[in-house]
Design a protein around this ligand. Structure first.
Ligand code: SF4
Length: 314
């Protein structure tokens, strides 16, 4: 990296800011790095050849931990969580342990599941679905995520709607996540949501709950692509130029703890991808009985600029 680039820690100091935890309300669980897609922007470099997968033993350890504390949200992510054969198991043991449980899906992995049995299970447990749907442009989506992914995703959104997901009044949330296809900042979330809502409804009769815009994080496969395409330094500089000190207030790491597939604790999924452990010490979920305390420091690095650029990433 260019040595002239100002570190995130220095930027915080210049603004007289510190990134500190509040009470932890969200438990994020990474069930593994196995994925059926090889997306260009993936900060975890997940893919079909990955062997990291959460076991039932770690799932049981997480359940024991979650039972002893009150979380508002449990957020299940991957890789593609659907690629972990024990996804139904972890849903069964965690349901009821938080008012909201979210499953993050790339949609195509959900479509590979047999007989809609997983959708039935999610619906019965009122699990919210947060689905990657980067763009309403078919070509852009397929370039970023793989051939045919756009049409598979549209088909899955229609199917989820038919189960009540994303339909007003059903109580079943279907949120979408979009992200830019290249080394640039996302469009305004509000404008993107309006555009997606209009196009998805008029072309494919698809409804959804909310849309979140995501700034690509310069880690993993996306970092490799930025470096190979000569965009890395200019991308980081763009994030720095868009630094918004007010975004710090709502950063997810202030209220969230993230557990890796092998049970270790991180401040967020990005720090997990960067190999940064909470408190700068490798701590297993079985070594603690409650989250790290309110007021303690969160470890940051330059990828944190993605979370503070523009409207921020909460
Ligand atoms: S990457 Fe974002 S969420 Fe994670 S520690 Fe940095 S600022 Fe917080």
């Amino acid at each position: 990296m260019n040595n002239d680039i100002k570190t995130f820690q220095t930027t915080l100091k210049d603004h007289n800011l510190k990134l500190l935890r509040r009470d932890i309300t969200t438990l994020q669980i990474n069930t593994g790095l196995l994925c059926n897609q090889i997306c260009k922007h993936c900060h975890l470099s997940a893919g079909p050849k990955k062997s990291e997968l959460m076991t039932r033993k770690t799932m049981d350890e997480i359940k024991t931990f979650a039972t002893g504390y009150t979380f508002k949200i449990i957020d299940i992510t991957g890789g593609a969580p659907e690629m972990n054969p024990d996804l139904p198991y972890i849903i069964e043991i965690l349901k009821g342990l938080a008012p909201e449980i979210i499953l993050r899906s790339n949609l195509s992995a959900l479509s590979e599941f047999d007989n809609d049995s997983l959708i039935e299970l999610l619906k019965d447990a009122t699990i919210s679905i947060t689905a990657s749907f980067p763009s309403i442009n078919e070509k852009q989506t397929n370039v970023q995520r793989g051939n045919g992914i756009f049409s598979t995703s549209v088909h899955m959104l229609q199917k989820l709607n038919s189960f009540g997901y994303g339909i007003e009044g059903s109580g079943l949330k279907l949120n979408l996540v979009s992200n830019p296809s290249g080394a640039f900042m996302p469009a305004s979330q509000e404008d993107a949501e309006k555009r997606f809502r209009k196009v998805l409804m008029s072309k494919w009769n698809i409804s959804f709950t909310n849309l979140f815009s995501f700034t690509n994080v310069p880690l993993g496969r996306y970092k490799t692509w930025l470096k190979e395409s000569g965009n890395y330094d200019s991308y980081i500089q763009k994030l720095i130029d868009n630094f918004n000190s007010e975004a710090l207030e709502n950063l997810m790491c202030r209220d969230l703890m993230s557990v890796s597939w092998d049970g270790f604790i991180h401040d967020c999924d990005f720090n997990l991808a960067a190999g940064i452990h909470s408190g700068d010490r490798k701590t297993h979920i079985t070594e603690i009985n409650k989250p790290f305390v309110n007021g303690s420091a969160i470890i940051t690095d330059n990828h944190c600029y993605s979370c503070t650029a523009g409207a921020g990433f909460t």
